[in-house]
Design a protein around this ligand. Structure first.
Ligand code: G4P
Length: 542
């Protein structure tokens, strides 16, 4: 099945650069616990916007892509999504940039960084399971940055918890005001349709052959008699009663509270069967935040600023296994990117010409025609761009807040073939720059230590080093369990620490000092003994 050029590609080509730049932007991600339905929802959103022609294509293409790409075999074997990418689609006069994130918690760091590049997130919840641990963790990351959340309660076509129970759980666990925007007649066997409180109409579920969206019926309220004429009487009665109660009990939608991250609009639906998708897009379009100011030194950057600024939130190597490429994903924060323009990289101050910036239409890549605040572009490079780099047309801006997290697992690396030291070192350095691993070079001894958040990252490291760099790695236990970045206001204090604890000292991939410690107890002791030193579990990349 071939993906034909979607409507956006056509619009861009016919309307040209100006039409493209003038579209409003909504840049968002989907967060969820694995299996809640993120992939299915992505597909439904693209389908609803006409960006793919058949639901199922994203998955089919994903499978083909995986089959082509060797290192992604890990993904295939384990049935998880490791990499994150971008999908852009148009609906009306809005351009949606959807940033995909890995679902598995071992790759959460990648997800955290991706969330720094969005203005809004959709939180998908399985109606039968409610809020699951990974959803909660990701939500907390959104909360740190006050990212507004739209909640999508998925799988209402299946038996699940009651809508009231789900809303109360969201409100209680996440400490958010909830505002239902549609209401199901019931869940599972009782699902006969969704009343859309915004459109004031009922989307009838056609249950004659499976459960598919049928017609829209205008209805002034959940108790409009017109509803009883189109769905079974008991379903209509339940909608009138429960929907009425819900309207009376939960918050009314308040755009300012939503945009401040205090209130979440909730949509009930089914990603698989296409319910609630249009409503979700309506909310994002009508009330979702446009590109927001981004935290930076010396001052935050407003999207209205004329000069181009952006930051790298992700680097992905070898997206196309036939060409050893490396793509830096850049969130544009202000100004306009045009092909061929020169920008400065804040790290090192070197100029960089953007000859082949890429944009991502649905799942296709194309040369960028021009990108504006809120857009994501891919910049092919040979290792010059790193996660956390700031690109500017001019001026001295440095974007802040892109986190590196202290690893939870530390391993010594050993080579099976000692002749491949060079390849191994290059591979490790590359993957550390990509943000896949932390790399620590101890002050004493030559055995490098790698740090990861989850075991699966070690699998990815092993597979990629072998397949992309020809170096077969073994991992050995490391004597350390804890790594912390160390700094001091007074350089003399840091020097004292470095000399006293030389055998514990290391540098990370950027040469920043790190203290490696045997366990939490030793960590506590050192913190007590060295009050002038700050031990940090998170490091900002810029
Ligand atoms: P994820 O990306 O969040 O991990 O979830 P994914 O979309 O892969 O969905 C997980 C499972 O839930 C899939 O079933 C999918 O078909 C199912 N699902 C998603 N949305 C809905 C929905 O609205 N209703 C129902 N009934 N099921 C839904 P699977 O059997 O694991 O995979 P598959 O073989 O169907 O692809």
């Amino acid at each position: 099945m071939n993906l034909e050029t979607n409507s956006l590609g056509d619009a861009v080509r016919s309307g040209g650069d100006t039409a493209f730049s003038a579209l409003e932007r909504r840049t968002f991600a989907i967060i969820s616990h694995p299996d809640a339905g993120k992939t299915t929802l992505t597909e439904s959103l693209l389908h609803a916007a006409g960006a793919v022609h058949e639901a199922g294509e994203v998955k089919a293409r994903g499978d083909r892509r995986r089959a082509r790409s060797d290192w992604m075999k890990i993904e295939q074997q384990r049935g998880i999504s490791v990499t994150s990418s971008v999908m852009t689609f148009q609906r009306g006069d809005i351009l949606f940039n959807l940033l995909d994130t890995p679902g598995h918690q071992d790759f959460s760091e990648d997800t955290y960084r991706t969330l720094t590049a969005v203005d809004c997130a959709i939180m998908v919840i399985d109606a039968a399971k409610g809020i699951e641990p990974q959803t909660r963790k990701l939500f907390e990351v959104c909360r740190i940055r006050n990212v507004p959340i739209v909640t999508f309660v998925n799988k209402v076509d299946r038996e699940g918890k009651s809508p009231f129970e789900l809303l109360d759980e969201i409100a209680e666990v996440l400490q958010l005001d909830v505002s239902p925007q549609n209401w199901p007649t019931g869940i599972g066997g009782l699902f006969h349709g969704l009343y859309d409180l915004r459109r004031k109409a009922l989307l009838v579920a056609d249950r004659s052959d499976g459960v598919v969206p049928g017609r829209w019926v205008d209805a002034a309220g959940v108790d409009d008699p017109a509803i009883a004429g189109v769905i079974p009487a008991d379903a209509a009665a339940s909608l009138a009663e429960e929907g009425g109660l819900a309207l009376a009990s939960y918050s009314e939608f308040d755009r300012a509270a939503f945009r401040a991250g205090d209130l979440t609009p909730v949509i009930f639906g089914s990603a698989l069967r296409g319910f609630g998708i249009e409503q979700l897009l309506d909310i994002l379009a009508d009330d979702g935040p446009p590109p927001q100011p981004q935290p930076a030194r010396p001052a935050p950057i407003s999207p209205d600023e004329p000069r181009l600024t952006g930051f790298v939130f992700k680097v992905q190597a070898n997206m196309d296994p036939n060409h050893r490429d490396r793509v830096a994903f850049v969130r544009i924060c202000s100004g306009k990117l045009t092909r061929g323009m020169k920008v400065l990289n804040s790290r090192g101050g070197k100029a960089l010409a953007l000859h082949n910036p890429i944009t991502f239409f649905a799942r296709d890549r194309e040369l960028a025609h021009g990108a504006v605040a809120g857009d994501i572009v891919g910049i092919p490079n040979h290792g010059t761009l790193r996660v956390g780099d700031t690109l500017t047309e001019k001026g001295e801006t440095v974007f802040t807040g892109l986190p590196d997290f202290a690893p939870e697992i530390l391993r010594r690396v050993r080579l099976s073939d000692p002749l491949k030291v060079k390849q191994m070192r290059r591979g490790l350095a590359d993957l550390a720059e990509e943000g896949v691993i932390r790399l620590f070079k101890p002050a004493l001894g030559s055995a490098w230590i790698v740090g990861v958040i989850g075991e699966l990252q070690l699998d990815v490291l092993q597979t990629r080093l072998e397949q992309e760099y020809g170096a077969k790695l073994e991992f050995e236990p490391s004597p350390y369990e804890v790594a912390r970045w160390v700094r001091a206001d007074d350089p003399a204090e840091l020097k004292k620490l470095t000399e006293a604890l030389r055998s514990n000292m290391a540098e990370d991939q950027d040469g920043v000092p790190v203290l490696l410690m045997r366990n939490a107890w030793e960590h506590g002791r050192f913190e007590q003994e060295w009050p002038a030193i700050t031990f940090s579990a998170v490091r900002e990349r810029s």
